[in-house]
Write a protein that binds this ligand. Structure first.
Ligand code: ZN
Length: 486
């Protein structure tokens, strides 16, 4: 049996259109899925949209639409954007789908039957923007939500609660032992300090939120949107609380190998979600890949500033490959960083059109001109082997930025070797003929390897490189891979 690899993205709230932040996490997961697939693993890559809750109901009302109509429209925009970016997801799950509701209902019933939930009165500060309660100390000095800069609503209502306490020490142990891995490391300490700081039980239902899935054992309540949305990671695999009817994909792919998420939602993914899974008798995801915050040209992305980047616009200008590359090649995964939108054209031209594009074209041209398209099998030069190794190590970690750096440096190093060797000079003298052919053969092999490395990032161009360099008896020019952009 093939090893399996299951990677998830967070499912995105449909209160807003897809922007570059959504595209970033989705591309990150897409690259990992493609790479693990290329290593011979059977992959499952899930994406989707989070469509219930007060925030969505508010956004729909603002748009003058019924929530069900509104969520259909916005979810479709996400699907269109992912198609344009050449995202190869195995499935797209929507939390308004029946298949999701069925799983959630059976999951909640199981929690109830096994005594993991209890009824209680809750009074707390709720931020609709975040769809979560805040404790006093989590608010800023003005008593506002640190993200939305508005005062949360004081809510007093009857809720059902999840007994978190029995799982706290177990989760701490899993994190410390590395059974539950977190990347980057610094996020681990943040989550541990929340766990050790005395974390309260959380509510699994809401009384006055109309747009949601009814709690099966108390239908006057709707399931708290976060508790329900987290279950998308198993509903997409066809999880069934009844083991006799367990979904084939769930059996095959759970637990997830990598769950990609933003650092603002780590409490939900690295504490609440593992606890819910444990309560249901399920294994916890192996690895949480946590992304940082970003700015655009040094400023926070906002509608007011007009600097929101629509991934569709990037695809229109740079093509799917170019857009994928520019979104991922900005800063290290897990760090806060700046997306240098002003430098997109410059970066595209430098890295893709000039470095990679020129290299492929010049090596293909030499292969046809000096070797009549026929090359011999050769070994990579030592430094190319090193780039290959650091590339693989970075991909294994989910550090796609470092992987991209390795490919770019690798291509630059082959370009440099060509400049130093000056094949056009050697070609003038018949005495150098066999040595020249050997050199060109080496470069052909190295460029083919660069094509393989590029596959997760720029899949269309990579396929063209592979196709043009695949047959050693017929190396040909794949044409312009990355047209220069003004
Ligand atoms: Zn908020």
């Amino acid at each position: 049996m093939k090893p399996t690899f299951y990677v998830t993205t967070p499912i995105y709230y449909v209160n807003d259109k897809p922007h570059i932040g959504h595209a970033y996490s989705t591309l990150l997961a897409d690259c990992l899925s493609r790479w693990h697939g290329a290593q011979g693993e059977e992959t499952f890559f899930s994406v989707g949209t989070d469509e219930h809750g007060a925030k969505i109901a508010e956004a729909a009302a603002k748009a003058g639409k019924k929530p069900e109509v509104f969520v259909d429209e916005v979810s479709a925009e996400f699907q269109t954007a992912w198609k344009a970016l050449n995202i190869e997801a195995s499935d797209f799950i929507r939390t308004t789908e029946e298949r999701h509701k069925t799983v959630v209902v059976s999951f909640m019933n199981k929690l109830k039957a096994d005594g993991h939930v209890y009824e209680g009165e809750y009074e707390g500060m709720y931020c609709v923007g975040c769809e979560r309660f805040y404790t006093e100390r989590e608010l800023n000095e003005k008593g506002e939500c640190p993200d939305h800069k508005r005062k949360p609503k004081l809510i007093k209502e009857k809720n059902w609660f999840f007994k978190l306490q029995p799982f706290v020490s177990e989760i701490i142990r899993d994190i410390e032992s590395g059974k539950m891995e977190m990347y980057p490391e610094k996020r681990k300490n943040e989550v541990l300090s929340v766990l050790r700081g005395g974390i309260e039980d959380f509510s699994v239902s809401r009384q006055n939120v109309a747009w949601g899935i009814p709690l099966p054992f108390d239908t006057k309540q709707n399931i708290y949107v976060w508790v329900e949305a987290l279950q998308n990671y198993i509903s997409v695999l066809g999880y069934n609380a009844d083991e006799a009817h367990q979904g084939a994909n769930f059996k095959k792919f759970w637990p997830a190998n990598v769950q990609v998420l933003g650092k603002d939602i780590s409490k939900f993914h690295c504490i609440f979600w593992p606890a819910l899974l444990k309560a249901a008798g399920l294994r916890v995801s192996k690895r949480f890949l946590i992304t940082g915050f970003f700015t655009v040209d040094g400023q926070k992305m906002s509608k007011t500033l007009g600097n929101v980047i629509d991934p569709n616009d990037l695809v229109a200008k740079f093509g799917a490959d170019g857009a994928r590359y520019l979104i991922l090649a900005q800063f290290a995964v897990g760090e806060d960083g700046d997306i240098k939108a002003e430098k997109f054209v410059e970066k595209y031209n430098a890295d893709l059109a000039n470095n990679i594009g020129n290299l492929v074209s010049r090596v293909a041209t030499m292969a046809t001109k000096y070797c009549a398209g026929v090359v011999a099998a050769t070994k990579f030069r030592k430094n190319i082997g090193e780039y290959k190794k650091s590339f693989a190590k970075a991909m294994e970690q989910g550090q796609v930025y470092d992987a991209i750096e390795a490919v770019i440096q690798c291509a630059a190093s082959v370009n440099k070797a060509i400049e130093v060797y000056k094949p056009w000079e050697k070609a003038k003298d018949e005495a150098h003929s066999s040595e020249l052919k050997k050199m060109v053969s080496t470069w052909v092999g190295e460029v083919a390897e660069i094509g393989t490395m590029l596959a997760p990032f720029t899949p269309e161009a990579a396929a063209k490189i592979t196709q043009a360099f695949a047959d050693p008896n017929h190396i040909h020019n794949p044409g312009i891979l990355f047209p220069k952009i003004k």
